[in-house]
Design a protein around this ligand. Structure first.
Ligand code: SS9
Ligand code: ZN
Length: 551
């Protein structure tokens, strides 16, 4: 409603999505109302909105907001709806990159409240997971300051609320927005009950918000040391392989060791291709994989809350990929994966070194990862150059070159073209159980003929669970992703030494590849060479597959 600055509109719609739309007088060129309208429309058009359950939004109360923000700050923001435009402008100027409109206080309360409604729905078991589409974003706002389009820190409030309201012991916050959520970092720096992970465009501190504390060596303070993980991107143009490498080699091992009770995602999509802020090259379907990989943690309790995302084409695509994955549909085949680029590899190494003393999953790594000649997601240990020297040398050499490139890149980012993610189809029946004739089918199962199947994983006995987790996350997963098979076949023998929960994790993780085509073979009684015979027979049976592999 262009003529009315004070107009606002709020929609709640089929959740697990919570949607809070508001119209904001366009002062800011990129954090615009259309971000929500295009995302909402895309969810409707793809039929995803219909598959979600409706959760109403509410305003966050003063008590909710005070979980993270100071009374002085809350009182100051409360006054903004009554300020003259001049006063508003002055108020705005004390903060960095944030725009106050007379409506924003109301909208910010709804944005935080939407995140809390989602937490309630997930924690009470009403829904398994969900996404809150909200504006304004939250991850930059601090205890007593607005910043970077953010007024209240929606996700930080949600984390404190979950702890207070539900006695949640450990919360993992994954911030895949392209900016560093410094507000979240400051809030939980000394708190070991919240593990905050953020990757962000950094360019050796040249990129906004240009903070020293966004670098990899800010690991948390006091009791919270080790519970803050920053992965700085020192170059633009990071792609799917870089994102997946960081998940496989940093975030997931640590997350599994941390073992959260709830996962919150600062779901910013300015880390996708075409975004004018991020200038990265990851395709929207990567978010299906990032989501999938997090859905196995915390018993699936995951709340994604929108942060950034400023390209009105890649934003709705990324939102749909995330929501479709939350709904349980198999992730699309990841396209053209190779290894991480040199700069990502360097960040990866720095982060792992900085965190080795805190996480046993990172301890055993005594060498640096280098880009091997066969550039691969599977990183190979090599000789250790001193990282600081490398960092400085690369930094100096890059500076000049970067300056020149920058102007060109900014111009190009928004004009970038990429293929629309192909439509993802899910089979009507998600899982089939094929049982011997004399075994009763458990309740809720249907008998079906299975015809599709896929990659092969045959694991020999492994009694060391943490070693096993490392092997799966650091070796099997990257390998599986890169190999891109059409079927994953898991053979479980009685001597595997793995308990059910570990087995469940493994199965869940591997469902991210081969479009979820997974076949699990369980050998109940041990027969001589029985396992290998059945595997052989299956391979023979599915001989028409284009790729297969036995481990
Ligand atoms: C420098 C541009 C900084 C702030 C971006 C905030 C993004 C929130 N003038 N822009 S996700
Ligand atoms: Zn952002």
């Amino acid at each position: 409603e262009k003529n009315n600055n004070f107009y606002h509109n709020v929609f709640a719609f089929s959740a697990p999505i919570l949607l809070c739309l508001y119209y904001f007088f366009p002062v800011c060129k990129i954090e615009v109302p259309e971000r929500l309208t295009v995302s909402h429309e895309a969810l409707i058009k793809t039929g995803l909105a219909d598959r979600c359950i409706s959760v109403p939004v509410r305003e966050a109360t003063d008590a909710d907001i005070l979980l993270v923000h100071s009374e002085e700050y809350l009182e100051a923001v409360k006054k903004t709806p009554y300020m003259t435009l001049e006063d508003l402008q002055e108020f705005t100027l004390q903060y960095g990159d944030v725009y106050f409109h007379p409506n924003i206080y109301h909208c910010a309360k709804l944005a935080a409240g939407a995140a809390l409604q989602l937490v309630d729905s997930v924690m009470t078991g009403k829904v398994r997971n969900g996404m809150a589409l909200v504006r304004p974003p939250g991850h930059h706002s601090m205890r007593s300051a607005a910043s970077g389009f953010c007024v209240f820190n929606n996700v930080a409030i949600a984390a404190q609320y979950a702890k207070q309201q539900y006695g949640v012991k450990r919360v993992l916050i994954v911030d895949w927005d392209v900016h560093h959520g410094q507000g979240v970092q400051y809030c939980f720096e000394d708190d070991p009950s919240v593990l905050y992970f953020s990757w962000h465009r950094y360019e050796h501190q040249k990129f906004w918000p240009q903070l020293k504390e966004s670098d990899y060596n800010s690991v948390g303070k006091e009791k919270g040391a080790g519970f803050n993980i920053n992965v700085p991107w020192n170059k633009v143009g990071m792609k799917n392989s870089d994102y997946l490498s960081v998940f496989c080699h940093i975030l997931l091992p640590v997350a599994y060791e941390f073992s959260p009770d709830l996962v919150l995602v600062c779901a910013g999509f300015d880390s996708a291709i075409g975004d004018p802020e991020g200038e990265m090259c990851a395709s929207p379907d990567i978010f299906a994989h990032l989501t999938h990989l997090l859905m196995n943690l915390a018993g699936g309790k995951l709340c994604a809350v929108l942060e950034g995302g400023y390209n009105l084409t890649s934003l709705p695509q990324s939102v749909c990929q995330t929501v479709q994955t939350l709904l349980g549909d198999p992730a699309p085949r990841p396209a053209n994966l190779d290894g991480p680029c040199e700069s990502a590899l360097e960040s990866l190494h720095c982060v792992r070194s900085a965190h080795r003393q805190y996480w046993s999953c990172l301890k055993h790594m005594t060498f640096i990862f280098t880009a091997s000649s066969n550039n691969s997601l599977l990183l190979s240990p090599a000789e250790l150059p001193t990282s600081d020297v490398t960092t400085k040398r690369i930094k100096l050499a890059e500076e000049e070159e970067d300056k020149l490139k920058k102007v060109e890149e900014e111009k190009n980012a928004e004009e970038e073209v990429w293929p629309e993610p192909p439509k993802r189809v899910a089979p009507a029946v998600r899982t089939a159980l094929v049982l011997p004739n004399d075994v009763a089918c458990p309740d809720g199962c249907k008998h079906v003929n299975t015809s599709q199947v896929c990659l092969l994983v045959l694991l020999q006995g492994c009694s060391d669970v943490s070693g096993f987790a490392q092997a799966v996350l650091g070796l099997l997963l990257p390998l599986g992703y890169e190999y891109d098979p059409s079927l994953v076949l898991l053979a479980r023998t009685p001597d595997s030494g793995l308990c059910d929960s570990v087995w469940q994790q493994l199965t869940g993780l591997l469902q991210g590849i081969a479009q979820g085509h997974t076949l699990v073979l369980m050998q109940v009684r041990r027969r001589r060479r029985g396992g290998s015979i059945s595997v052989y027979l299956l391979l023979h049976f599915w001989g028409g597959l284009d790729r297969w592999q036995v481990f």
